[in-house]
Write a protein that binds this ligand. Sequence first.
Ligand SMILES: [Mn+2]
Length: 296
Amino acid sequence: MNTMETGLNFFEKLPLDTVPEWMSDPACEDPPIHCTERNHHRSIWISDVHLGTSGAKAEQLCDFLKYNTCETLYLVGDIIDGWRMKNRAYWPQQHINVVRRILTRSKRGTKIVYITGNHDEFLRRYSGMSFGNIHLVDEYIHHSPNGKQYWVVHGDAFDAVVFNKKWLAMIGDVAYDSLFKINTWFNHARRALGMRQWSLSAYLKNKVRNAFSIISNYETTLADECKKRELDGVICGHIHHPEVKEINDIQYANCGDWVESCSALVEDKQGHLQIVQWPQPTRNSVMEPVMESEMV
Ligand SMILES: [Mn+2]
């Protein structure tokens, strides 16, 4: 009894108001030691996180959000994957941490703009609603400090064909070399059976070309639509292909995804847009091959 009392007294006497916030709130920021390493941006765009699926790189995203702060955080669609969650619930602690971190940011004054995507289309019926600092919309106009106006949209409505990256995955992959070895044996066998030679290389090249033409169609369609709307640029996601470039005098920026590329788009005080990969590639790190995905 006495021990229990002592124990209780001990906790009661703890100076709780002096405990730093990062200790009491797990979704909160880290000890001040990291503060100097933190990057502050005017805006950050992230998309295609696919929370609720095993493919989501939630830990990396949490880490990115830990070291990168901003005034406005744009969530450009497919953040929560409602399609997969219909079949089976998958919601580990790391995924909860992403949500908590975003909510903590919002509580601390970061404006959050959640743009709906095709995998989180269940949220579209709530479009136009605001929850404190969080605004739910289908698309948004971003005003850059340099006077430019950007159309922010997930982009699924402009995707003619659902893109399959299976063939892209083979580029730069060791599997590519192995396949050529298999192809040699395969053609030996075909010759032995009196059949015509079949070129895997030509077949793959054709497939890759098709994949790239689908990407470029998507990009041009969005740029054209942006021009029609008399805006200066478009910021989107959906195809899991991070890129900033100019298409027919329209600035095109895709913030990538957190399934394969782990990338975000950031804007500095001058309005300059840039892709950030996370974790940031070090000098000795090797680019990981692009993995197959059917989550677009
Ligand atoms: Mn999508």
